[in-house]
Write a protein that binds this ligand. Sequence first.
Ligand SMILES: Cc1cc2nc3c(=O)[nH]c(=O)nc-3n(C[C@H](O)[C@H](O)[C@H](O)COP(=O)(O)OP(=O)(O)OC[C@H]3O[C@@H](n4cnc5c(N)ncnc54)[C@H](O)[C@@H]3O)c2cc1C
Length: 445
Amino acid sequence: MEPVHIIGAGLAGSEAAWQIAQAGVPVVLHEMRPTVETFAHRTGDCAEMVCSNSFRSDDDQMNAVGQLHWEMRAADGLIMAMADKHRLPAGGALAVDRDAFSAAVTAVLQGHPLVSFAPGEITDLPTEGRWIVATGPLTSAALGQSILQATGEGALAFFDAIAPIVHADSIDMQVCWLQSRYDKGETEEERTAYINCPMTKADYEGFIDALLAADKAEFREGETAGYFDGCLPIEVMAERGRETLRHGPMKPVGLTNAHNPTEKAYAVVQLRRDNALGTLYNIVGFQTKMKYGAQTEVFRRIPGLQNASFARLGGIHRNTFLNSPLLIDDRLRLRARPNLRFAGQVTGVEGYVESAAMGLLAGRMAAAEALGRDLPPPSPATSMGALVNHITGGADAKTFQPMNVNFGLYPPLDDIRGGRRGRKDRYPAYTDRAKADFRAWLATQ
Ligand SMILES: Cc1cc2nc3c(=O)[nH]c(=O)nc-3n(C[C@H](O)[C@H](O)[C@H](O)COP(=O)(O)OP(=O)(O)OC[C@H]3O[C@@H](n4cnc5c(N)ncnc54)[C@H](O)[C@@H]3O)c2cc1C
């Protein structure tokens, strides 16, 4: 049988290789490290964790990433099995001994009779055979250019400039109102596409002071080149002048406060819908290098966001990722070149676990295809399915930015939301439904 080839033996590529081999299909892993290095990796091992040693919450009742752990364990995931084996005490989080973890993943793959290694950098997207591209946020420059040629200008990003994303149900609509600037739009939905948070002069001055004083993360060497043009961090804008933001993303023009139409806001923070479900909103133009703790503190000063719950916080990073909603189908294939699947962070998911999960799925789909079957993704009411649904259609291609798994990606539970019950009831209901749907998906294979 022709092997499936995988480019990149990171979190996603390693998991994909395991899933393919376990399905009885031969697989070849092409990894460029340690011959070609990245600025973040240190070793030549598979599945190296480049920064923190945590897979985040392991709570599969109350947390969407914990639920994703559950799904990967249920699907015989190698990354979860080795993480469990090398787990360190970390309260409710799943933290691992990173070196032992990567060494174990490497040893298991090296010992598998259907896995072979072909060390070296792949510089061009292959045209023949069945391939999975899992080259991650630090995809080599040559391959990045080749992907760009295949997908077109603007379809591949080299940085993410992420504005924070807020759960819609945590926004105080007694303070905020729905309106697009100058009521622009053909339909009522378009004319009310933004959530607006009004600021008085005192609110604005206090906000700028907090922004200037906040703790910021340093850029790593080699990280900054090229990002500055279109997406200045808000704190850099504030440093350029106290009024800069009021003439930029916080300008109050073309908006009338529905709760107080006669009073003109001094500045307005706008949030734009981030997913088709309308459960997530991003704060427009608020990309930032503030540290996470500082972001929560500073953004909760915005009127209407005092109780905001964040699906993800802002950031600016070196990150190669596709505009997947435009380019990838729900079988994780490049629409224009269906012999190529993409997996991991390069598909626009964010995080070790999410990346490994996309590897798991791409691996299972590629193996099924090699065996003459078609494997659809799991239901969007599972963590894995919610991620695929988001990157291949749920997210808006125009503003697509990488995403962690979170309950905002899940289809709402009408009965429970309708009853206005709190998270304590809603989250276990989400994860119970996810487990049932995921078991049903596994049973089809
Ligand atoms: C600096 C930094 C810090 C991060 N910190 C965290 C964190 O703390 N927590 C978290 O959850 N996530 C973090 N991430 C995100 C994290 O990298 C990803 O979540 C995860 O590693 C992505 O998995 P992946 O398999 O998609 O990519 P990777 O794990 O990066 O694997 C991709 C592999 O492809 C190889 N490769 C690239 N190009 C080629 C080529 N042309 N030919 C052959 N091989 C190639 C690379 O060497 C690498 O081994 C961080 C990312 C970066 C860049």
